[in-house]
Write a protein that binds this ligand. Structure first.
Ligand code: AMP
Length: 148
């Protein structure tokens, strides 16, 4: 039996995700209308590769990465830092961001984390609750299957 088959046979997939969520107050984020210099500041200061993009009503719009910011200001001979303020987060971000409801189960988080380092969590009104990292998901799987 493969590990994946064993996972299907346990109730880990049905468990709640609440304890895995990093609450929104601890999440570094930017807003869609922010200029890129602000986004780069947040990305560098937080140390994260990518952070969620929220709107004024705390709804998830997408995500933005250091690579996307740097690509935007990459000139033919130098990185044009002076161009940062000419672009907004919205014009550079990716709208493809994995999202799930706070009441969805662990199985959904595990599936989404295959292709994404973090998953955004929303409440029933679509407001951002926080995020779950792939790392937190792996810790939970490890805890479930370790023998000692
Ligand atoms: P980690 O597994 O802790 O390296 O997190 C994976 C990714 O999730 C990071 O590279 C970030 O893109 C995102 N992330 C994790 N924690 C936070 C946070 N507190 N604020 C913003 N993004 C985060």
């Amino acid at each position: 039996m493969t590990v994946l088959h064993e996972l299907k046979n346990t109730n880990i997939m049905d468990q709640e995700i609440a304890e895995l969520i990093i609450g929104h107050e601890k999440v570094a984020h930017v807003q869609a209308a922010n200029p890129l210099d602000h986004a780069l500041l947040i990305l560098i200061k937080s140390g994260y590769t990518a952070v969620p993009v929220l709107d004024m009503h705390y709804r998830v719009q997408g995500q933005i990465s250091k690579a996307q910011v740097l690509d935007t200001i990459l000139g033919t001979e130098r990185i044009e830092m002076d161009k940062l303020h000419e672009h907004t987060v919205e014009s550079v971000m990716s709208e493809k961001v994995p999202k799930m409801n706070v009441d969805d189960n662990f199985g959904k988080a595990l599936t989404l984390s295959i292709n994404h380092p973090f998953v955004c969590i929303e409440d029933d009104e679509g407001a951002f609750v926080g995020l779950i990292t792939r790392r937190a998901i792996l810790v939970m799987v490890h805890r479930e299957f370790q023998s000692d």
